[in-house]
Ligand binder design. Structure first.
Ligand SMILES: Cc1cc2nc3c(=O)[nH]c(=O)nc-3n(C[C@H](O)[C@H](O)[C@H](O)COP(=O)(O)OP(=O)(O)OC[C@H]3O[C@@H](n4cnc5c(N)ncnc54)[C@H](O)[C@@H]3O)c2cc1C
Length: 436
């Protein structure tokens, strides 16, 4: 998916996804055509931008969000919808940022993003089909042992929400015999991701926030104490700015382009399943992902479609036939769905960092960024939305801790990161195939 998509000027540039077809996308925000002034300008209306904006608006700040396309057009409106507890990069990242002596607080980070989402959904009455329950499923004994030691590790930090399931228990919840067991978390869950983004946008605006859609930021510079965010046809003068273009920012801000690599993953939605088939496929209505390096992830929509995702394409490459790629995987897990009609198939970009840690930082004084949420952003963007909102009102302690974690470029730099990563992906795919 190229960056040129960002400049499309039409009322409905959302991808042809089940989400765009089942959400109310009629609330078109104006494009920025003149000059506006604000306290804080946020670039990108995905979850990072929207949640930071919402936290700031709750604190009484004047905030403008400029979005290249539409609210939730990026990963936020395309993802699998799995809301899974955990911190991107895990306890290792928290130890690097906060130090081992702060390990008493790690459990709070593990749950924070999920709790923020649930809190927004409740407080702002966001109808996004939120459901409870998530299974991490194991194909091999080695993966099962990995899940067991993961649970034991979490317990050492006081996190006891995960329960191990044997093969029979998994089969009661997931109508497939490919898994040897799994781990279940009742406090994780799943939701309609675009409805969540659109609901957050409405909440943000209800508190005075302003959103400009189809207004791609083209440059960002400082004039004296003012940050000048230029869009194709307008200008925002702000005291501070936050860049959160994630896997869609492209080369617009060169120092950020070398820090992350866009990677695509793909999702499809079957036709709605009838009651008989539902019982055979996902009777527990939880979200499920497996433990392989290149995993399948699936769940049911509110109207009972199987939303099945998987695959990875480096630098945002999309397969010529998304449905064919995913159907093969889906029919291995659920042979009972062989030949089922697929109504929608789409792809989207995430941004990954070389060590898989989220990166936050300051490009120059008062110009911040937050990116690198990979495939675990529904939860973590909201945690970092809270952290970045605090930073933007000068509560900098937590931000400083995460900003100091060292980062490294991809091996091979921007030119050779794809061959390196493709080789890596092939290797991990082979390991999955061999079950090691
Ligand atoms: C197919 C897919 C499946 C996924 N499944 C899951 C899942 O099940 N669970 C999970 O936790 N995570 C999942 N993820 C990851 C998750 O969606 C992301 O981590 C999350 O959306 C990141 O949010 P964000 O706000 O940082 O970025 P995005 O949601 O990608 O938003 C970035 C926004 O910035 C805008 N933008 C970019 N450049 C500019 C510019 N120059 N000017 C203005 N605006 C700009 C874009 O248009 C976009 O709207 C998935 C991702 C994809 C793509």
């Amino acid at each position: 998916m190229g960056n040129s998509e960002l400049t499309v000027q039409q009322p409905h540039p959302y991808p042809d996804s089940y989400y765009a077809a089942s959400a109310d996308i009629s609330n078109l925000h104006p494009s920025l055509t003149d000059s506006v002034e604000t306290d804080i300008c946020i670039i990108g209306a995905g979850y990072t931008g929207l949640s930071t904006g919402l936290f700031l608006a709750e604190k009484g700040c004047k905030v403008v969000i400029v979005e290249a396309s539409r609210v939730g057009w990026g990963g936020a409106g395309r993802n699998g919808g799995h809301l899974i507890n955990g911190f991107s990069g895990g306890m290792a990242y928290l130890e690097k940022a906060l130090g081992k002596d702060k390990s008493d607080s790690f459990a709070a980070y593990h749950f924070e993003g999920t709790e923020i989402v649930k809190d927004f959904v409740t407080r702002y009455d966001i109808d996004c089909d939120l459901k409870a329950g998530q299974i991490s499923a194991a194909y091999t004994n080695r993966q099962l042992k990995g899940l067991e030691s993961w649970s034991r590790m979490l317990e050492r930090y006081g996190i006891t929400s995960r329960a191990m399931l044997d093969k029979r228990e998994v089969q009661k919840k997931v109508g497939s015999n490919v898994y040897l067991g799994g781990s279940f978390d009742e406090t994780s869950g799943h939701l309609h991701p675009l409805k969540l983004a659109l609901g957050e946008a409405i909440a943000f605006e209800s508190l005075g926030g302003k959103i400009f859609e189809q207004s791609p930021m083209t440059s960002i510079e400082r004039q004296g104490g003012t940050i000048m965010v230029r869009t194709t046809n307008g200008l925002v003068r702000a005291k501070k700015a936050l860049l959160c273009g994630e896997g869609y920012l492209g080369n617009t801000v060169k120092p950020l382009a070398k820090r992350v690599m866009p990677a695509s993953t793909h999702v499809m939605a079957t036709r709605p399943l009838d009651d008989g088939m539902l019982k055979q496929v996902l009777p527990a209505d939880t979200s499920v992902s497996d433990c392989r390096n290149i995993m399948d992830y699936f769940r049911l929509s509110a109207d009972k479609r199987l939303i099945f995702g998987g695959g990875v394409g480096y630098d945002g490459a999309t397969p010529a036939d998304i449905e064919a790629t995913l159907r093969k995987n889906m029919e291995k897990v659920f042979p009972q769905l062989k030949g089922i009609q697929v109504d929608y198939a789409w792809s989207g970009n995430m941004a990954i960092t070389s060590n898989r840690y989220v990166q936050v930082g300051e490009l120059e004084p008062n110009v911040y960024f937050a990116h690198g949420f990979g495939g675990h952003g529904v939860n973590n963007t909201h945690t970092f939305g809270r952290i970045m909102a605090d930073a933007l009102v000068e509560k900098l302690d937590e931000y400083n801790a995460f900003a100091k974690v060292p980062w490294s470029s991809f091996p091979g730099g921007q030119q050779f990161r794809i061959p390196y990563s493709v080789a890596g992906s092939w290797w991990y795919g082979l390991r999955d195939y061999l079950g090691i």
